[in-house]
Design a binder for this molecule. Structure first.
Ligand SMILES: [Zn+2]
Length: 313
């Protein structure tokens, strides 16, 4: 919730009445040459602001914000504007196929297969398998061939990313930056390694989810999984993926794009054909798709702006 006041003052004392001890405000001058006020101040610093005020009339915008924390101040550009979720359409059956953990040297083959079956998918990517130049080329190719790309993590190292919220945000930003350099776009969706309820993240989970939510990012878990990490046979993976995805009108199917799981090239054609014959279409995820989440947090990202109130003096 953001409350904006526009205050004109010429003696430097007007805003005192609006402030209480321990309140924290962002002061942003909207006059042309008064950038000294574009900072975050606590009420303890109000005296300084008053003293700094000259007799000149200045219009100042005051915005209430969450108290700054070290992590909140990291990468201020790592925020996205939330879009409203689309309503699910009755009778519309859709599967969002998602590939985690890649890209790797073999990703092009997967892209060829998806082209062959005219399917667009979503890649939750990492930097685990390719040197940076090759990684950027691979991400560019995924993007240019019409698929969605979003952050899974840079390192995919649970001990690193889930050691603290700061550490997660740092790792996320690194991957987000590479995606931006490759595609010119920043993603507003992501997937947490192990899912939003991963046991590895339990110590920091609430704060982590709240932080990413505050920054506007939407995370997607899954409601269908091909069993690729669980030693299923090819036939077992096909039937598991089809059974689980078709249990929902909106299936979010988890698969992996790695060398170890390149068997998906054998399972995908049947998975796609069988779901298609049941009336499903395939699409890419974007932030307007209502997510499926194992663990949820209260949405703190919806910013409402109150029309500014002019105070004349
Ligand atoms: Zn993963």
């Amino acid at each position: 919730m953001v409350v904006v006041f526009l205050i004109g003052f010429d003696s430097g004392t007007v805003c005192t009445v609006l402030l209480e001890q321990n309140d924290v405000f962002a002061f942003k001058s909207i006059s042309e040459d008064d950038s000294e006020y574009s900072n975050i101040y606590s009420s303890e610093t109000i005296t300084e602001i008053e003293n700094a005020t000259t007799n000149q009339t200045t219009t100042t915008e005051i915005t209430t914000i969450e108290p700054p924390t070290p992590v909140r101040n990291m990468y201020p550009d790592m925020t996205v504007e939330k879009v409203p979720f689309k309503e699910d359409v009755e009778g519309d059956k859709v599967v969002y196929i998602t590939f985690d953990d890649g890209p790797w040297e073999g990703t092009s083959q997967l892209l060829d297969l998806l082209d062959q079956y005219n399917v667009k998918a979503t890649f939750f990517v990492t930097a685990q398998y390719l040197e940076e130049d090759k990684l950027i080329d691979a991400l560019k190719e995924i993007h240019d061939r019409g698929h969605a790309i979003a952050v899974h993590t840079y390192s995919h190292d649970y001990d690193v990313i889930y050691s603290s919220v700061e550490s997660y945000v740092k790792d996320f930003h690194k991957m987000d930056d590479i995606i931006f350099r490759a595609t010119g776009e920043r993603s507003s969706i992501f997937r947490l390694p192990g899912g939003s309820n991963a046991k590895y993240s339990s110590d920091i989970r609430t704060d982590l989810l709240a932080e990413m939510n505050y920054r506007g990012f939407v995370y997607y878990d899954w409601n269908a999984y091909d069993g690729g990490c669980d030693n299923y046979s090819i036939d077992g993976m096909i039937s598991k993926a089809v059974r689980e995805a078709s249990a929902h009108d909106k299936g979010i199917l988890l698969m992996h794009d790695t060398k170890a799981q390149s068997f998906i090239l054998q399972t995908l054609p049947d998975i796609i054909s069988q779901l298609r014959s049941q009336g499903y279409r395939f699409d890419r995820l974007d932030a307007s798709v209502k997510p499926y989440q194992f663990e949820t947090v209260a949405d703190t990202s919806q910013v409402t702006t109150t029309p500014p109130i002019e105070i004349t003096n």
